[in-house]
Ligand binder design. Sequence first.
Ligand code: SAH
Ligand code: SF4
Ligand code: F3S
Length: 454
Amino acid sequence: MNIKDLRPRTGDGRKVYIETYGCQMNVGDSEIVLSILQDEGYVYTARIDEADIILVNTCSVRDNAEQRIWGRLQEFKQYKKRKPGLLIGVLGCMAERLREQLLEKERSVDIVAGPDAYRDLPNLVRTATSGGHGVNVQLSREETYAEISPVRLDQNGVSAFIAIMRGCNNMCAYCVVPYTRGRERSRDPKTILHEARELFEAGYREVTLLGQNVNSYAWECEDGSRVDFPTLLRLVAEIDPRLRVRFATSHPKDLSDKLLEVMAAMPNLCRSIHLPAQSGSTRMLALMNRKYTREWYLDRIAAIRRYLPDCAITTDLIAGFCTETEEDHQATLSLMREVGYDFAYMFKYSVRPDTKAARTMEDDVPDEVKTARLTQIINLQNELSLESNRRDVGKRFEVLIEGVSKRSEQQLFGRTSQNKVVVFDRGDHTPGEYVTVEVTDCSSATLMGHLVEK
Ligand code: SAH
Ligand code: SF4
Ligand code: F3S
């Protein structure tokens, strides 16, 4: 009997349902949570109506993200009414930010666990089962769940996310993440490589390395040598040329030429960089505490174009941060045109309690102005995305097949190295294969094409 078998298994076959909001970090964390609970004898269910424990992994990044969760907590009550003894647990960033407040405001909540407290979940469930409240929101400087093998919920069996670090030290003035996720810490590269190799052997063909700022990844080995992000990326890419490797997110202040050199040398490092600008105005960037200027940002874009001429560039933008003028807003629009982003996530500024902006600045851009600016940003990005896709028409791409198209059983979809979705007639191909597709048509969101012989 191994040691694992001797541990008490408190789950007793009870069924756990988990719903995940927010970023890919949370998706990865939900898989870790299930792994921890399964080891204790709990069983995962994808059906909320048969759950004994309902967990919701939450996001605090904008107010509307939190409002959605409050709404969901209301809806969960019906299951509790139907099944006495059912437990409801709030995990993730909102659990960390609101803590006991959650239990006070929403009496149906039994468990509150912050992002670094998941190993304690079996205990918290035990406490809740005996009628108490299971609360742990302790943040850690070390926890990376390094050796825990996540239970994969993604189901496509082709692409997976691997968290390589946790937390964030950047303190962008608007952002709640450093408060909900704690200090930045990197995960042991041995465990990252082990996880990536296992995925490849299980048939996965793409991994995305995740962190809030992957460029500051750093690990000190026992022999005193250091593994930085470019080195880690190379090690993962060397597992097999058939394994595609992506990463997110890069902070522009830390995007190094060394990283671009490593990418240029290895074709399986995907030609796609997510480089959140947030704003095109240097004045705004300083207020946001982003630690770069518009010029610095454009210099990094030029470096990407130099090393990787076929690289897609995507971004995040915020409309209406404190004191933003029409001129600042125009600077964001002109930056977008100058870079020619292939894709963007675009948001209205939302004040987050306790952040530097909330404490020291006034949220003085009226909501209707924020909305109007955001609309202009979105409209421009739609044009840019369409232009970017039109440039691909007539070109051939290697596509990693991910699944059957939503629109037709006869069609498959996959992604190019640039992370663009391509739809094409299936032939006799299946997910996980690489094929060559010639692009024949496009919308602003998707490429359409047909299979060609290599
Ligand atoms: N670490 C990543 C992602 C952080 S959260 C990064 O630095 O890029 C994802 C995005 O949400 C951010 O890039 C930002 O554009 C947006 N965001 C964060 N806080 C916000 C806020 N208070 N209001 C509006 N958007 C916000
Ligand atoms: Fe937030 Fe900035 Fe950290 Fe990104 S880098 S998570 S925006 S504080
Ligand atoms: Fe992610 Fe939202 Fe937390 S974006 S880190 S789940 S606040």
